[in-house]
Design a protein around this ligand. Structure first.
Ligand code: GDP
Length: 365
């Protein structure tokens, strides 16, 4: 499954946030096959639609879908040169599908900042520069290989050579690959290079308890927003400390606690949703009396593939997907009514599953 890696300089609140993630952790009983890796935190994906479907169907059990965060410790200046844990850090980033960069936006004189002062842009640039330098090395190596073939006018090699030149120029200007303007064809080629700075990224601005209800008054947050806008990245404001405190509360207690503080939606919940979207993930539902359940699929997946997420047998023996959209089902009120209204469709194996579909798969065993 896809995972977002959490990175950040020391003392920005990474561990605090990751603690919150593991404590809020998905109920293990529901996910017996989940891997147990101390660096991976599995959280349930908050989804109001699942609650509404539960009210509608009244099942014995409701099971949310999950999302995985990976804790990536150990960034240091000079990582791209293999200093300290540098290489290890970069290879861990290589393995994740998206990057969540925690940026310190809280002032606290008791907590040392590695560069001596809280400057979120400096912090972001230290990390991004290491990733950019690592990518530059990848691109240069590849350029050396492709150059000869390009000179011989090999068509594919020429296309790749030209792309590599664009990447090189961008990276040398300290731009992450994701911020470059490339054609669709070129993006396909970029994928094969497995660059660190082409992974989708978002910034988690970690603010103090005081600033969390009015983060826009925090200058550091504004700076992060401006920076992120320049590379089309999203910013989520969190207070890692509060997230750590509410992580162990049950849903009702948590809501009361956040209400008291004037917080509409927990930062961690926003972060989970944003990371999920960043990776192009969607949710479909199965809704029966025994169990109402949310499932994660990659947008663009066809019905048999999506069925295979539940069980490989569902994919192999796929016949049809009996499908109704969440909105149509809710407005009908019952499955029977939705069917009468003609909104329950029988879809075949070319059907592209949509976010919010409520599906009953038919399959041969
Ligand atoms: P890491 O090195 O990035 O993993 O940072 P930690 O999570 O260990 O946090 C470093 C210090 O900052 C700890 O003393 C935390 O309690 C404190 N800290 C983290 N998040 C917040 C926050 O949102 N507000 C305040 N005031 N302190 C925080």
């Amino acid at each position: 499954s896809l995972t977002a890696g959490i990175v950040g300089l020391p003392n920005v609140g990474k561990s605090t946030l990751f603690n919150a993630i593991t404590q809020a952790g998905a109920e293990a009983a529901n996910y017996p096959f989940a891997t147990i890796d101390p660096n991976v935190g599995i959280v349930e994906v908050p989804d109001d639609r699942l609650n509404k479907l539960t009210e509608l169907v009244n099942p014995k059990k409701t099971i949310p879908t999950t999302f995985e965060f990976t804790d990536i410790a150990g960034i240091v200046k000079g990582a791209s040169k293999g200093e300290g844990l540098g290489n290890q850090f970069l290879s861990h980033i290589r393995q994740v599908d998206a990057i969540v960069q925690v940026v310190r936006c809280f002032q606290d004189d008791n907590i040392t900042h590695v560069s001596g002062k809280v400057d979120p842009l400096d912090d972001i640039e230290i990390i991004n520069l290491e990733l950019i330098l690592a990518d530059l090395e990848t691109v240069n190596k590849r350029l050396q290989r492709v150059e000869k073939m390009a000179r011989q006018k090999d068509k594919e090699a020429v296309a790749e050579y030209n792309l590599l030149e664009v990447l090189k120029e961008g990276l040398e200007a300290e731009k992450p690959a994701r911020a470059l303007e490339l054609s669709d064809e070129q993006w396909k080629l970029v994928k094969d290079l497995h660059l660190l700075t082409s992974k989708p990224a978002l910034y988690a601005a970690n603010v103090s308890e005081e600033d969390v209800t009015d983060p826009e008054s925090n200058e550091a947050v504004q700076k992060v927003r401006e920076y992120a806008a320049g590379e089309n990245a999203e910013v989520i404001v969190v207070c890692a400390k509060i997230e750590e405190e509410v992580a162990e509360l049950d849903a009702e207690e948590k809501e009361m606690f956040l209400d008291d503080l004037g917080i509409a939606e927990a930062g961690l919940d926003q972060l989970i949703k944003a990371s999920y979207n960043l990776l192009g993930l969607g949710t479909y539902f199965t809704a029966g009396e025994p169990e109402v359940r949310a499932w994660t699929f990659r947008k663009g997946m066809k019905a048999p593939q999506a069925a295979g997420i539940i069980h490989t047998d569902f994919e192999r023996g796929f016949i049809r997907a009996e499908t109704v959209s969440y909105e149509d089902l809710i407005s009908a009120g019952t499955m029977v009514k939705a069917r009468e209204e003609g909104n329950v469709r029988l879809e075949g194996k070319e059907y592209i599953v949509q976010d919010g579909d409520v599906i009953h798969f038919r399959f041969n065993v």
